[in-house]
Write a new protein. Structure first.
Length: 696
């Protein structure tokens, strides 16, 4: 009886839930009236027996209940912390009773003397809920498993009966006298109104009196916030008036903190830690509302890294990820604390400037970003350089929503790329038309790839000493709706951004090989077919094998094929370039360095490449007869060609004077409109046959 006396039986006698008290051997020594009503066992039938022996004899399907299935209760009996769980009982009449249980060790004068079980009958609710809802309830109960406090309050009285554990949750002494006012003082001010509302709602006549609410409590010792989950029931008298509230409380601070971390992770980019698109939109709703109140301007900067894909292709995604992290760090350094830096995905970033004075402020920030990001990044002995292209749009002037402003800044960013990259542009309405053209061109390009309506034109290459055609260079064209042909500078950038460049590039290779085979079979015997290869296509890890496969498919002589690559394509990764070129050279394919002199070649690297030709860019041959700087550069390139035993080709020749100058200074081959514009295959064949042996 000492065990019973250690517990305030009056609380249990009036509790809305079944209450069982067991000794240290898990034998029942007390059950309250609600337990007798629900399970129909008399005191004599349960006292001195375990719950397993009485209420848990068998499940309805006949399966015996094992000790393993009662391990939660056994753990509490052995002194572990209080637990929440759902238990399936069997009443005396054989009914299956589901109960939401709370069990915790029972101590008296510091000594564990047993365990106390609260069991709320939830059978009706259990039967009504769907399986998914039942699973969710179990999961929620499992998440909330923690030490439990108990409370009892007679409505109308200021004093509350709280267990020591509940007082501990609020930072109160175990012997503190609790009042309703003290409880409300412990509730966070922002949650106080809702707590009062729930208490009042559960006390209204006609309700079942059950309540469950979560709120923040302020620790009376250190002022820290704790999240408390409270579950209980209000009891009513025969007149329907609330007379008593009994329940339990659980500290769910850890669960709430975990939920906060999950939510934060869902709103931030996992790689850089920057806000993602969802959080960016949420921030901007508040920023724009504030800007409207203050009549302030905001700017949106859309930042895309130039030539970032080669970094992933050449060095791997681990290096690419570190570059993105470094770019994120530099963006944060370039901006103010109040500015928002976000990563949309890939190599795209957004910067929001909440307060700017016109275009000038946004341009100043954009310039800082350009200067910061273009600085060399040192990674594991690598020196990596990237540059940004930036588009800028202004709130209210250009748009009124974040999605609209991002779209316009994106269009301006593409304008910056068209302007040469590593720069910024402000949005102007004309870019909308460019965007429509861009979408239309992308669709036309996809359709042309599907239908095979892309075309190759061929421009003759002339031996400058004999005047005879010695080859052709293939140029891709995209048919327009009006029957004209679009040049590569119109659609190749779109192919790159749309991820179509590999498909386009290898179509050119196969089509050029097919045409060369036809000429070879017809006896035309064009000695060389030059194919332009973009940097994006050359980066493809299977570029060389796929090129060789096209040669083998059409059975042409590899020596009749020549690929043209720009300096930038080769200099991105010299070892990789040499490896790919050696594979092609081993089959007899010739290699030309296109647009030589326009990049930043290192002559030491140049000597390591297995080249056959240098091509002088047309920017140096235009008006060569009157351009002394152009002559100096052309002479230098011709000298390098002789020193390295490479053929030199002059591009864009349109006058006899330029041709004579190049011939007199040792140029080997020329091409340009002086001889012929690029021609369709049938026209080229006619021209080629008519020109054989006519030039001296």
């Amino acid at each position: 009886m000492e065990s019973i006396q250690a517990f305030d039986v009056s609380i249990a006698e009036h509790a809305a839930d079944s209450v069982f008290i067991t000794d240290t051997s898990a034998r029942v020594i007390y059950q309250n009236p609600e337990a007798r009503r629900v399970f129909l066992f008399s005191d004599e039938e349960v006292f001195g027996h375990t719950l397993l022996d009485t209420l848990h004899q068998r499940y309805p399907d006949g399966r015996p209940v094992t000790l393993e299935q009662c391990k939660v209760y056994r753990a509490a009996v052995l002194g572990e912390s209080a637990r929440d769980f759902v238990w399936q009982f069997t009443g005396k009449d054989g009914r299956c009773v589901y109960a939401s249980c709370t069990v915790s060790p029972f101590f008296h004068r510091g000594e564990r003397i047993g365990a106390i079980l609260f069991a709320a009958d939830i059978t009706a609710r259990r039967k009504a809920e769907q399986e998914a809802a039942r699973s969710a309830e179990k999961l929620q109960l499992a998440m909330e498993a923690a030490e439990i406090g108990m409370f009892d309050h007679f409505v109308g009285e200021r004093r509350l009966a709280w267990s020591p554990k509940l007082k501990e949750m609020f930072g109160l002494r175990a012997d503190a006298d609790m009042t309703l006012d003290m409880f409300y003082e412990c509730v966070h001010p922002e949650d106080l109104e809702e707590v009062r509302r729930v208490v009042l709602e559960s006390s209204k006549p006609g309700t079942d009196g059950r309540f469950h609410y979560e709120f923040r409590a302020l620790d009376r010792n250190d002022g820290k916030e704790r999240w408390i989950s409270t579950r209980g029931r209000t009891h009513f008298d025969e007149h329907g008036q609330a007379v008593r509230r009994v329940g339990v409380a659980v500290d769910i601070t850890e669960r709430r903190e975990a939920e906060r971390r999950v939510q934060e992770a869902a709103q931030h980019d996992s790689l850089t830690g920057l806000p993602n698109r969802a959080l960016l939109y949420e921030y901007c709703m508040h920023l724009f509302a504030q800007a409207d109140r203050l009549h302030a301007d905001c700017a949106v900067l859309f930042i895309d890294l130039d030539r970032f894909k080669p970094i992933n292709d050449l060095y791997g995604h681990d290096v690419g990820d570190k570059v993105l992290q470094e770019v994120a760090r530099r963006l944060l350094q370039c901006t103010r604390k109040e500015d928002i830096v976000s990563r949309l995905g890939g190599d795209e970033f957004i910067v929001i400037l909440p307060r700017v004075l016109g275009k000038e402020d946004s341009e100043t920030v954009a310039q800082h970003i350009l200067e910061s990001i273009r600085k060399t990044i040192q990674l594991n002995g690598l020196q990596i350089s990237v540059s940004p292209s930036i588009g800028i749009s202004l709130y209210r002037k250009d748009g009124s929503s974040i999605s609209e402003l991002i779209r316009y800044a994106d269009l301006a960013m593409y304008a910056a790329k068209r302007a040469g990259r590593d720069t910024f542009r402000h949005f102007i309405p004309e870019y909308l038309h460019l965007a429509e053209d861009r979408v239309e061109l992308e669709q036309r390009l996809k359709e042309a790839l599907r239908s095979g309506t892309l075309q190759l034109l061929y421009q003759p290459v002339i031996d400058i000493s004999t005047g005879k055609p010695v080859g052709a260079e293939a140029f891709i064209r995209l048919p327009d709706n009006n029957g004209s042909l679009l040049s590569p500078d119109r659609f190749i950038p779109i192919a790159e951004s749309a991820g179509l460049i590999d498909e386009v590039g290898f179509w050119v290779v196969r089509e050029a090989c097919r045409q060369q085979q036809r000429w070879q079979d017809s006896g035309l015997g064009v000695p060389s077919m030059s194919i332009n290869v973009s940097a994006s296509q050359f980066r493809h890890p299977e570029f060389a094998p796929r090129f060789i496969a096209a040669i083998d498919e059409y059975g042409i002589e590899p020596g009749r094929l020549e690929i043209e690559l720009t300096e930038s394509a080769l200099m991105e990764n010299i070892p990789d370039a040499v490896s790919k070129l050696d594979q092609l050279k081993s089959r007899g394919v010739r290699i030309a360095l296109d647009d030589f002199g326009t990049g930043y070649s290192n002559l030491g690297h140049l000597t390591s490449l297995p080249l056959d030709k240098l091509k002088i860019d047309r920017s140096f041959t235009d008006n060569l007869e009157s351009n002394e700087n152009g002559k100096s550069i052309a002479d230098t390139i011709l000298g390098i060609g002789r020193a390295l035993n490479l053929e030199v080709v002059g591009e864009g020749i349109e006058s006899e004077e330029v041709m004579r100058y190049l011939r007199d200074h040792g140029c080997d081959q020329v091409q340009g409109h002086l001889f012929s514009k690029p021609l369709a295959a049938p026209e080229f064949e006619s021209w080629y046959r008519s020109q054989l042996g006519l030039y001296h």
